[in-house]
Design a binder for this molecule. Structure first.
Ligand SMILES: [Fe+2]
Length: 421
């Protein structure tokens, strides 16, 4: 038996939530139209006349920068016969003209005349350069929805980061499986063993917030499952997060740069802290006084329902999952943010959006590839007749917390679905 994780089961989750059409329909009716959603960044719509479409299931919003410079969000449906107005993203818009019968709206959504046929506005909120939209006409503000998260991330300086590419990967699994894969570290020793010499996968503090959650993974120490080995740690650090000392992601693990000399009284962790810290200070003055923990660790936030913030000082990955047409398909969007050095030509450029195949995810490193390969297998496993329950261990509590939060939106109950009432 595993020495660091027991078989203690904390919570049982019905597998049907990941495979049933009826469950997906409940989410479409009671979750997505009732929650703030990350649509795009302000860099996606920098100039008057810029627009960006955010689509999730049947829902579509267009984010438009008006001639007055203001950001607005509209339901992407003509008020005549509901044709979508815009697809994808673009710039140079002076008016929004429906391609079906030519009804025209100004960039504030006005049709003129009585105002009766103005576009339906959606609520829009901005946090740290990220634009969120909400289909509800009233209710909690974005600030209330995000809760403690913005305060906890103030030290990161997110608004200074630039996302140059938004990558979408269609994956044959339920959207929640993407969230689950990033919300527990229990699978690291089996799926991502290459991380173990450089990161602790066992002593991982977890905090649950009202709807969101957190864990923090310590880098610069080996997994308690392994013996300490400086050479292995150096190679694992370079392979997995080598970009943090100014290199590129996915350095050839067979040919890492030589390990720097470790001075008397220092540890390799101190050396890594100095290398990463030196690189961070070339990027921004905000990191001048960062401590070792903030320099090295992975700060990981789940923002309900479909956002993962994977945060290192100087690099942020935001993983978003959107449901596909069926419960066993989804779109996995990767927003990768760099903190560029002052004066960099690409700072705050408009990101390029593209769709890639799961195989091409290898470009985002071995960990990402391993997770992307894993997900359709999990969907296949839980789709088998006779598979009814998923058992969560204590280290997987964030997944259980997500389901509890889903229950609040859907009026559902795990116990009732499992016949335990
Ligand atoms: Fe993973």
């Amino acid at each position: 038996m595993d020495t660091v994780h027991s078989d203690e089961i904390l919570r049982r989750i019905p597998a049907a939530r990941y495979v049933d059409r009826a469950w997906q329909d409940r989410e479409a009716a009671h979750l997505w139209p009732q929650v703030w959603q990350f649509a795009c960044t302000v860099d996606c719509v920098p100039n008057p006349g810029d627009w960006w479409e955010y689509r999730l299931g049947a829902m579509s919003a267009i984010i438009v920068r008006g001639q007055d410079g203001a950001l607005r969000a509209f339901q992407n449906a003509c008020t005549h016969r509901a044709s979508p107005l815009l697809d994808g993203a673009g710039c140079g818009l002076n008016a929004i003209t429906c391609p079906f019968h030519g009804w025209t709206f100004d960039l504030a959504g006005r049709r003129g005349g009585s105002g009766k046929f103005d576009l339906k506005s959606l609520r829009l909120g901005v946090w740290a350069g990220m634009i969120f939209v909400d289909w509800r006409s009233e209710g909690e503000s974005l600030e209330e929805f995000l809760g403690v998260v913005p305060g906890e991330l103030a030290w990161v300086g997110m608004e200074q980061f630039t996302c140059r590419h938004v990558i979408t990967i269609p994956i044959a699994c339920n959207w929640k499986l993407v969230m689950d894969a990033f919300n527990e570290v229990y699978h690291i020793h089996t799926v991502h063993p290459q991380l173990l010499p450089a990161a602790d996968d066992v002593n991982v503090p977890i905090r649950l917030f009202d709807r969101h959650s957190y864990f923090e993974q310590t880098f610069g120490v080996p997994s308690p499952r392994l013996k300490h080995d400086d050479d292995a740690m150096w190679r694992a650090f370079i392979e997995n997060v080598g970009h943090r000392i100014g290199g590129t992601l996915a350095v050839d693990p067979s040919a890492p740069p030589p390990m720097p000399a470790i001075q008397q009284g220092d540890t390799l962790k101190d050396v890594l802290t100095r290398l990463v810290g030196d690189h961070l200070r070339t990027l921004s003055p905000i990191y001048a006084d960062l401590d070792q923990r903030h320099i090295l660790n992975d700060f990981h936030y789940y923002v309900f329902p479909n956002l993962i913030f994977n945060i290192f000082a100087g690099w942020i990955g935001i993983n978003r999952a959107r449901p596909g047409d069926t419960p066993d398909t989804c779109y996995f969007d990767l927003w990768s943010f760099d903190l560029l050095p002052p004066g960099h030509a690409a700072m705050h450029v408009k990101p390029v959006a593209s769709t890639i195949t799961p195989e091409a995810a290898a470009a985002f490193g071995r960990v990402m590839m391993q997770d992307v390969e894993l997900l359709p297998r999990l969907q296949r496993g839980m789709s088998q007749p006779g598979v009814e329950v998923l058992n969560l261990t204590p280290s997987e509590i964030r997944i259980g917390h997500m389901h509890q939060t889903l229950d609040r939106y859907l009026g559902s109950s795990v116990a009732a679905e499992l016949g335990e009432d």
